[in-house]
Design a protein around this ligand. Structure first.
Ligand code: HEM
Length: 161
């Protein structure tokens, strides 16, 4: 069924799990961001409570790691073969959209916070909801490959060929 093959190098594996962990962290450490944001809009020196500070700085770290990840991806040797399988094509599209959203979600948050653009807070939240839905789909597909198709796809992200 699956015609694509790809193995990941250590940098790609570490970046994948580090970014995944930080995105989940920021998703849950976001309580009261709306309130902190409103304070910050009124006075750019306020709004930095513990949660908001963690959310902002971890989010900035995510942008940096995603940029590194995209560079590493382009530099890494691809072993992918062309596939006409509809599932492979959908999975490729979902991966491309995930790369885009992993970058854009924190960038929208940064624009809202540092440039004080209210509407970008809403854009950040809408993009974040779409990203988290795709993250769930992505995780479900990985588990399906691992435990139903038993093709070792998930294990490749733990360093197994
Ligand atoms: C991938 C990284 C990020 C994720 C998963 C994420 C997630 C979230 C979530 C779940 C909320 C909703 C909080 C709530 O409704 O109580 C939120 C709000 C917010 N986040 Fe992020 N965030 C990320 C990165 C960032 C960054 C880098 C910044 C700024 C430097 C930021 C600034 C904000 C602001 C200002 C709000 C409030 C928006 C509003 O109420 O209009 N976020 N974020």
């Amino acid at each position: 069924m699956h015609t694509t093959k790809r193995s990941y190098n250590t940098a790609q594996i570490l970046l994948h799990w580090a970014i995944a962990a930080l995105i989940v962290f920021n998703y849950f450490v976001s309580d009261g961001m709306g309130r902190a944001f409103r304070q910050h809009l009124n006075d750019s020196n306020s709004g930095y409570n513990l949660v908001a500070s963690l959310h902002v700085y971890v989010g900035l770290a995510i942008i940096a790691l995603v940029v590194v990840r995209i560079i590493v991806r382009f530099m890494s040797k691809k072993t992918k073969t062309a596939s006409t399988n509809v599932f492979d094509r959908v999975s490729l599209i979902v991966h491309e959209i995930l790369y885009l959203l992993m970058f854009l979600v924190p960038v929208f948050g940064t624009v809202a916070w540092y440039l004080g653009i209210h509407i970008m807070g809403d854009v950040h939240e809408i993009a974040m909801n779409i990203m988290m839905a795709l993250v769930l789909l992505h995780a479900a597909a990985a588990l399906f490959h691992q435990y139903v198709l038993k093709d070792g796809t998930l294990m490749k992200m733990f360093g197994q060929k």
